[in-house]
Design a protein around this ligand. Structure first.
Ligand code: ADP
Length: 936
């Protein structure tokens, strides 16, 4: 049904399309036929003829002669011209004489005054200046009569005569359109485009807030040129009627046009020649003012100042032209080459037009300037499109660069942390074991320098995290007394070396428990305290802390519902101070103020930018007040959620921090008999770990590459593995994957802790997600290492807990009748081995079930190997061999495990000959073991 419907619809569609084409064809044929054969018209065909007879003239100073039109008889300013000729014999009734001129003229036919005009009669000061086309009625009787024209305007144009024509009104209007139509229509279109561009610009700037001055100036320029071209056109009169005063517009707008384009040029040249441009604009405005005063003051008409006016415009344009050429020579034109081409074309075409108006007697068609502005518009469009493409490309390049930068910073931090790890570790050993006082001092210096280096790396990392937007706050409740005490202790420590006075003003009303990122707050204030101490030679450094109630509508209320406070920290000093003008750029990244003066003070210029960014992230704010040479006060405000309103009072003073002296060192736990595997490609790091753990009595096996580590793990069961991430060839993740591949792998349940210099934000989470049990970042300190290890080594074997769930699954799947007897197995494996198996499996019962499963699965894997070998599928063979390898590990069958590994490797390497030869041997060993387990 549906199919029928569709095909009918299709037919209907085809019919409709065909009918439309037939209709179009009929219309076209009708049009052609009517054009060819229909000769009648309701309008008469226009007639226009040029009066090309010879004229006789006499000037006011008595000069006479003969000429043909067009002509420019050289007369003095204001000198009259009297010129006459004989009218032709073919003039018909209803025809007109068409001629053009501006002010003050009289026209006689055989002595009879047929037309006169006196522009001086106009009411506006400065009078009429616009030239006009006149149409004077003629009749057949005028044939052969003498036509006399008398011009006596107080201007320079009495001697110039354009052509004179005669004909009917259709012919007259037709000839006006033919001569001026292109420019007129082009100018109207230009006006329309400029209005559209301005509207678009207005819309974009209001909706998107993007302001583009050059775009707007271009539109204004186009508008000015179009208005000039429209009002100056001889068609204006035909379309809009006789408005003589419109002629003023062209003169007045002339200096405005270059002003707009010079400003446009200044914008695209990025204000390189701003001074020159301002001078040019000022000169053109003065020119405008002067010509208007002269004209409307009835002193000198626009016509008379036209030369000076145009000269000013020409000079300004020429200077603009040279600025573009200068840019071309200086190779700075690249960024605006299209606009430059457009501007040069406009200047050249306008120059030609102006020269034409001023030097030729003929009436210009005025097309050049309009063409010039169209050329500029096209070039500006190419420029704008290019700009958009370039800015898009730049944006992408900036994003790429930022990614490269972040990666570089993370790598750099990793590379620096690794050697520092050895330095700090070795140094800690010296501090722990040394008794010599001098060495203790040297060692202490090493420790301080390492700490400084670490804090710089921390700053760089923080900066990269903040910049890339990957910075996360860790919000938790904290005791404000602890925070205050820490800051106070830090302040005192910083003040001590230079014996600075410590001034504190801690409000007792601060709520005792707050919620926020305590560590980041500390980081902010510590940064400020460090700076205060750094930039103060004598006097004091001070810390004021107080809390105020957060305004209800402040951002702080967003952080949490319930009560919030603003925590204020004011860090002051009597140091070098900061100049007022420097205060604004103080928080810019990498900015150091007074570099010369401070060159002996260590710094990267990152501290304050991090302070600003962190306070911003916490919806807070940082400000600075400073008197140069006297000191500074940095004020930080951070909104915090109140957990307990109880005021801290003096609590913070009584917190005691225990700081064991290095020589008092005592291991926090002892685990003799436990063996841990430490894997790191850096030998000194291995040594550091061994030394740091010396007092815990843990047995440390050190290995410097991932492959050997895997080998060891296949043979031995460890209590814990400390694994470096970045190692050549086989890295920490590869090792982890291999040793945790199968639940029966020997170290499947061994806790694996990653030891890495990758300390970027989120590293911990990523490592835990990858399967590590814990994370320790380098450089590792003894206390952290002990703290983490004690969790795993001093507790009961973790394997037991994990086994429970997984082995339950094994239990459910294993057929009870197949489970071997425990006593039998004990005998079969031998007491020692069976104990070990029970330890892995977490109990006697489970051990029996697991061994049943191992035997069953291994036999199945064996037959898979045989099939794979017959099919030549070495990949499947390796896989099956691998699973037997893991299972034999859990069954403590080291020898079979080695055989399985050999088969796996041979399969991976494609050594089929070996497999064919050795399979039976291998199968025999595996079967002997499996059947042995299964035999009850
Ligand atoms: P730096 O690592 O250079 O100290 P910061 O970003 O912390 O970087 O500070 C930027 C600049 O601000 C410093 O180089 C220093 O000129 C000026 N500055 C910061 N704190 C103070 C202060 N307490 N007194 C005087 N100048 C300071």
């Amino acid at each position: 049904m549906a199919k029928d419907k569709i095909s009918k619809l299709d037919i209907l569609k085809i019919i409709c399309i065909a009918a439309s084409w037939v209709t179009v064809g009929v219309i076209f044929v009708l049009f052609i036929l009517s054009e060819l054969f229909h000769t009648t018209t309701s309008f008469e065909k226009g007639v226009i003829k040029t009066l090309d007879s010879t004229w006789t003239y006499t000037t006011g100073s008595g000069l006479s002669g003969e000429c043909t039109f067009p002509v420019n008889i050289k007369v003095k300013f204001g000198e009259s011209v009297d010129i006459s000729t004989v009218l032709p014999d073919d003039i018909k009734d209803g025809q007109y004489l068409l001629w053009r001129t501006s002010r003050n003229h009289k026209l006689y036919i055989d002595g009879e005054l047929r037309h006169q005009y006196n522009g001086e009669d106009a009411w506006l000061p400065g009078k009429v200046v616009k030239g006009k086309t006149w149409a004077i009625p003629l009749s057949a009787e005028d044939c052969g009569k003498t036509l006399r024209i008398f011009k006596d305007e107080a201007g320079a144009n009495n001697g110039s005569f354009y052509k004179v024509s005669y004909g009917d009104m259709y012919g007259i209007v037709g000839s006006l359109w033919a001569e001026n139509g292109f420019r007129f229509i082009a100018s109207l279109l230009l006006l329309f485009i400029s209005i559209v561009l301005l509207a678009v610009n207005f819309g974009i700037s209001h909706i998107y807030g993007i302001r583009n001055l050059s775009f707007r100036l271009l539109a204004y320029g186009m508008m000015a040129v179009s208005v000039w071209a429209i009002t100056d056109s001889y068609l204006y009169q035909v379309v809009f009627g006789d408005n003589f005063y419109s002629g003023l517009v062209g003169y007045m707008i002339t200096p405005i046009m270059p002003i707009i384009f010079i400003r446009y040029m200044d914008e695209v040249q990025q204000h390189r020649y701003q001074k020159i441009c301002i001078i040019l604009v000022a000169a053109l405005l003065v020119d405008e003012l002067v010509i208007c005063i002269l004209h409307f003051g009835d002193i000198l008409s626009f016509q008379r100042t036209l030369g000076a006016n145009d000269t000013t415009v020409a000079i300004a344009s020429a200077i603009a032209f040279f600025l573009i050429i200068k840019d071309a020579i200086d190779r700075k034109i690249k960024e605006y080459k299209w606009v430059a081409i457009g501007l040069v074309l406009l200047i050249m075409l306008t120059g030609y037009e102006m020269a034409f108006i001023n030097l030729a007697y003929d009436y210009p068609t005025g097309t050049c300037m309009v063409v010039g502005i169209y050329a500029l518009m096209a070039c500006a469009m190419i420029h704008t499109v290019g700009d958009i493409i370039t800015s898009e490309r730049d944006k992408r390049a900036a994003i790429d660069a930022s990614i490269v930068k972040s990666t570089f910073l993370a790598n750099m931090s990793h590379e620096i942390r690794t050697p520092i790890n050895s330095i700090i570790g070795m140094n800690e050993m010296i501090l722990r074991e040394n008794t010599d006082e001098d060495i203790a001092i040297y060692s202490d210096h090493i420790k301080r320098s390492c700490n400084l280096l670490m804090s710089i790396i921390g700053d760089v990392l923080d900066f990269s995290k903040i910049e890339s937007g990957r910075f996360n706050l860790v919000t938790d409740p904290y005791k404000s007394a602890d925070l205050v005490n820490d800051l106070y202790t830090f302040l005192s420590e910083q003040a001590a070396p230079q014996s600075l006075e410590v001034r504190t003003d801690i409000s007792a009303a601060i709520p005792s428990v707050l919620e926020g990122d305590e560590n980041r707050i500390k980081q902010i204030v510590i940064n400020l305290i460090t700076n205060a101490a750094k930039y103060t030679k004598s006097g004091f450094i001070g810390l004021k802390i107080y809390a105020t109630e957060a305004p209800v509508d402040s951002k702080s209320s967003e952080i949490n519902s319930g009560k919030n406070v603003i925590l204020h920290f004011e860090v002051s000093d009597s140091g070098i101070g900061i100049r007022e003008e420097d205060c604004t750029r103080l928080f810019d990244s990498f900015t150091r103020i007074d570099e010369k003066k401070n060159r002996n003070i260590q710094g990267t210029g990152l501290g304050l930018s991090i302070v600003k960014a962190l306070t911003g992230i916490m919806n807070g704010n940082v400000t600075v007040k400073s008197a140069y040479g006297k000191g500074s006060t940095f004020c930080v405000e951070i909104p915090q959620h109140v957990v307990d309103e109880l005021p801290i009072g003096e609590d913070w003073k009584f917190i005691k921090r225990e700081k064991p002296a290095p020589n008092d060192y005592q291991a926090s736990f002892k685990a003799p008999g436990k063996t841990i595997l430490v894997v790191d490609d850096n030998e000194s790091n291995l040594m550091v770990i061994r030394q740091l753990l010396k007092h815990t009595e843990v047995n440390t096996i050190l290995i410097d590459n991932g492959r050997d580590a895997v080998g060891l793990c296949e043979q031995n069961k460890y209590d814990l593995i400390l694994l470096d991430h970045m190692m050549p060839e086989f890295d920490g993740l590869d090792v982890l994957r291999t040793i945790k591949e199968h639940p029966f792998d020997l170290n499947y349940h061994t806790p694996v802790i990653v030891l890495t210099a990758n300390a970027t934000e989120g590293s911990r989470r990523e490592y835990l997600e990858a399967g590590f049990d814990d994370y320790i970042s380098k450089p590792v300190d003894g206390a952290t290492l002990e703290g983490v290890l004690s969790k795993y080594l001093s507790e009961a074997p973790k394997a037991q807990e994990i086994d429970e769930a997984e082995l339950k699954e094994v239990l459910e799947k294993t057929d009870a009748s197949q489970i071997p007897d425990a006593n039998y197995l004990e005998e079969f494996f031998g007491e020692e081995k069976f104990k070990q198996i029970m330890l892995y499996c977490g109990g006697r019962d489970f051990a029996c079930r697991v061994m049943a499963k191992v035997a069953d699965d291994s036999l199945k894997a064996l037959s898979r190997m045989r099939l794979a070998l017959d099919d030549g599928d070495l990949e499947a063979y390796a896989l099956a061999a691998h699973s037997i390898k893991g299972m034999m590990g859990s069954a403590c069958q080291g020898e079979i495990q080695v055989l399985a590994r050999n088969h796996e490797t041979a399969a991976k390497e494609g050594r089929k000959d070996f497999l064919e030869k050795d399979y039976d041997n291998f199968a025999l060993e595996v079967s002997r073991f499996c059947l042995g387990v299964q035999r009850k």
